[in-house]
Design a protein around this ligand. Sequence first.
Ligand code: FAD
Length: 456
Amino acid sequence: MEIDGFRGRLISADHADYDTARAVWNGAVDRHPKLIARCGGTADVVAAVRFARDHGLAIAVRGGGHNVAGTAVCDDGIVIDLSAMRAARVDPAGRTARVQGGALWGDVDRATQAHGLATTGGIVSHTGVAGLTLGGGIGFLMRKHGLAVDNLLAAEVVTAEGGIVRASAEEHPDLFWALRGGGGNFGVVTEFRFTLHPVGPTVLAGPVFWAAEDTADVLRFYRDFAAAAPDELGTVVRLGTVPPLPAVPEHLHGRPAIAVACCHAGAVEDGERAVRALRRFGTPLVDLVSPTPYADFQSGLDDTVRHGWHYYWKAANLTGLSDDTIAVVADHAYGARSPRSYAAMFHMGGAVARIPRDATAYSGREVAHNIVIDAVWLPHESAEHAATETAWARRFLQALRPHRADGVYVNFLDSDDGTGRVREAYGDAAYRRLARVKTAYDRDNAFHHNKNVLPG
Ligand code: FAD
């Protein structure tokens, strides 16, 4: 198959690299596209979109390939694959970065930290910038510097018609609003321009672990600690087993434990003060908080969520951390069979909550804590093992039902979370507004292999 004007790589089923090229982060996803168009630049994306439209092919768009639902790859259609477009160029004087649509967060952190700068990104360095940003983008820096979308200044977008537009506060502001939370529904983003902030390069960061038996006590303490935390302090609670990371003493590996991972985006001495009470609470199994290069901290969890393992996620926004909510979390968090399964709770608030709800399509600004329940099993493990693991995640979510706030983070939805949950992610008003922008930019729903917003 040939595409007029396309200078990247075309990979079809008879190609030696086909199986590698169609694989995404979640090894449980096994789809067979007709063609993978690995683009070298914006012109290739234009050519691929036009080709797909002319030939009536379904389109999937691949950034970092990390979406748990595997929407970066489709059966039969074409994958517009940006994985070769990973450049991140920094303007240190202007404190901005131009980032290509296939970059990973590790690419961005590396380029920006060379100048002592950073912007809010995800907590695993091999996650894609594009999908994460277009859904909102939560991470350790968000309480100080806002979500990834709050730092987005402009985007270059290839539209469903194969045109190129720039979206910013001044140009196509309706599209710019929708791109900041509405996902991959509106076009292919070939370049993002982010604002950057001085961060580190050394920050006070790391996890503190306590035994699983202490979970309820730790969470009750954490509820008040997090509520009073300065904006500089980002925390994520991880409930599962202690991962076998080099920094963790070996005798603790595999032990059920609750961890609070901290990252203080300010002076190290201020960070010491901000986390002191947490580190002194109860009897930690191990305290790994220390002055650390920010970019190293950002890749510290990479090995706990490897490419090719099998994953299934369930997610919810929480009404808060009441004693009852904590009891449900403590009861279910350690019920998985696999040592790799875990749940993570992100502490939101700070700058995220101060931006008006209707400023962007991202709709979870008033939520203080959300949770994502991650069932993980290995490719060789049995279907029965997989069923046990996914049942745990579903049971856990079901038990949280009375404690769920409106909405859910769209980037945490899995393939069995249907259109109802996509609508739930935005709420009615934002969804209706997204649907109008969808009609303006993609009336035929050419970009539907995603958390789909229907034209309307
Ligand atoms: P892909 O699978 O490549 O793409 C997902 C969808 O995004 C595509 O179907 C498409 O619709 C759209 N898309 C991708 N690239 C483009 C593009 N260039 N233009 C237009 N549309 C595009 N989320 C957070 O907010 N914070 C976190 O800390 C975080 N941590 C994570 C850690 C791991 C290990 C994983 C697997 C996910 C994490 N997530 C996090 C969720 C993450 O935001 C989503 O998985 C997101 O979809 C990943 O983006 P991607 O580019 O890798 O996805």
